[in-house]
Design a protein. Structure first.
Length: 143
């Protein structure tokens, strides 16, 4: 009986500490105002911003050929995150019957992603080791 009470108290205190740590994390999130879902939507601009927003161009294959494997990998995920954000925003605005601002951004991101795959495929073809080359091609096709 003593053992069951001891373990019961231990388990209850552990559950309370997990709950309190989760509550503390939620409270700190509420204080900072950061919500991970906000990354799927573009930050709102103020009404008094009169300057038009200028967005960049897509990456050229010649520029991407100068980048390392790690840089291309990082750039791929940055572009993937941007693509997800744009598609989420487009879907949300479409559901509200609103116009998607700057629809030309999505094709730029897609074109850049396609060019990254092209550059990586070129590198895989140039690889002298056939086993490594086929492994690289499989990885590229999984992107």
């Amino acid at each position: 009986m003593f053992i069951s009470r001891f373990f019961g108290r231990t388990l209850m205190s552990a559950a309370k500490s997990e709950t309190s740590s989760a509550a503390a994390a939620a409270a700190s999130t509420a204080r900072t105002g950061y919500n991970p879902l906000e990354e799927f939507f573009e930050a709102d601009r103020g009404r008094d911003d009169d300057k038009p927003v200028v967005y960049g161009r897509s990456w050229k294959a010649s520029e991407l050929r100068l980048k390392s494997w790690d840089d291309l990998h990082k750039l791929w995920y940055v572009l993937l995150k941007e693509k997800n954000m744009l598609m989420s925003q487009r879907q949300m605005l479409h559901a509200q019957n609103l116009r998607f601002p700057h629809p030309e951004r999505l094709p730029k991101v897609r074109k850049s992603m396609c060019r990254i795959k092209h550059v990586l495929t070129e590198r895989a073809i140039e690889e002298p080791d056939p086993r490594r080359s086929s492994e690289m091609k499989r990885m590229i096709n999984a992107l």
